[in-house]
Design a protein. Structure first.
Length: 367
């Protein structure tokens, strides 16, 4: 068994539904329609229905979903957006591409935004909160919504890792004005290339997003605004439709794998993830913490077990955002997470034997 367990295996999920996926790909290729056609329209309807939202607009990537969300909301230069300090840098890019300023908040024990710290960060320049449902875990939406309502702030959700996750029975992406999704191949609902989307209940926001994604035009060659080329293509939309039909089963499989990790990992050197009461997780990642991370990674690598760090550098310490003037110590909990988190192998199609090998290796780690 030793020797070839990767952190993620995208081919396994493909082979689970190979016949359906290949048939759909051939259907789209033979159709002669490759951009903004019937597959995109049907996927938008089906994903909106899946999430419980009124509208879905397909886009080229999750990052496009984020920056275009703030663009259509009119948030830009001089505005502040609160976002958690331990997120992936793309969340922050969605803010700064528009000229707005990210204001970081520490995470909680569930790796999501600490809602109890939001109030102290709100200023007269604060225009929105960007909630990131990190690692597939739904954030503490009740408290976050209260802050937004009290201060009349816009709410955008980064759901790149939380397809299908719920809080109090309501799906992530449907709490705020706009929910932003990535369908990057490694996501729980993954395409076979870059792809993304937004969901909203606001007809005007959906209309604006459709205009912005297509060079700023509603009618060909008549451009109302300076838009983007961010169109979900027909092939990706068709393949996503196939995977969406099976997403509930794929999510159940990931939850079963995560539950087994939680149940059988016994090494006291490892801090296991927790799930917020009243919310759930779709387990995009199974993230442990350990102060002996480097030694553990080397130990696992010698046994052929791959791991990934999500994420080793918090955005406020990234070279890309040196101009914000932050330094180490500004967000100690986010920095501690960056120094200690480690994602274990977890993917659709992971065999029981593979997971047993990983669990036994982790439980035997001597430190």
């Amino acid at each position: 068994m030793a020797g070839n367990i990767m952190p993620n295996r995208l081919d396994r999920a493909f082979y689970q539904y190979q016949e359906e996926l290949e048939a759909k790909a051939l259907e789209v290729l033979r159709s002669g329609w490759y951009v903004l056609g019937p597959e995109v329209q049907e996927f938008e309807k089906e994903f909106a229905q899946y999430t419980g939202s009124r509208y879905c607009v397909g886009l080229a990537s999750g990052l496009d979903a984020l920056w275009l969300a703030f663009r259509v909301l009119g948030i830009g230069s001089g505005d502040e957006v609160i976002v958690q300090a331990n997120t992936y840098i793309a969340s922050v890019m969605g803010i700064t591409i528009n000229g707005a300023t990210p204001v970081f908040v520490e995470p909680d024990i569930f790796y999501n935004m600490d809602a109890s710290k939001l109030e102290e960060l709100v200023t007269e320049r604060t225009k929105a909160i960007l909630v990131v449902h990190l690692y597939g875990q739904a954030a503490n939406m009740e408290e976050i919504l209260e802050v937004c309502k009290r201060h009349r702030l816009r709410l955008v959700e980064d759901c790149a890792q939380s397809h299908g996750a719920c809080c109090q029975g309501k799906m992530t992406g449907t709490f705020g004005e706009i929910g932003c999704f990535s369908f990057y191949p490694s996501k729980n609902l993954g395409a076979f290339g870059d792809a993304g989307a937004i969901i909203t209940d606001d007809e005007e926001l959906a209309k604006s997003m459709r205009m912005y994604r297509n060079y700023g035009s509603e009618k060909r060659y008549y451009n109302k605004v300076v838009g983007a080329n961010s169109r979900l293509d027909e092939l990706q939309a068709g393949l996503l439709r196939v995977r969406l039909r099976h997403l509930s089963r794929l999510t159940a499989e990931r939850r079963e794998l995560a539950c087994r990790y939680t149940r059988e990992l016994q090494n006291q050197r490892l801090h296991l993830p927790q799930v917020r009461p009243g919310c759930d997780s779709v387990w995009h990642q199974y993230v442990i913490r350990t102060k002996e991370r480097e030694g553990l990674m080397q130990y696992l690598e010698r046994q052929g077990i791959g791991t990934i760090i999500h994420y080793p550098i918090p955005p406020h310490l990234s070279e890309a955002y040196a101009d914000l003037g932050h330094q180490r110590g500004d967000y100690p909990l986010a920095e501690e997470y960056a120094d200690t988190v480690l994602s274990l192998p977890l993917y659709n199609g992971m065999t029981r034997e593979e997971q047993t090998f990983v669990i036994e290796a982790l439980n035997s780690f001597p430190g």
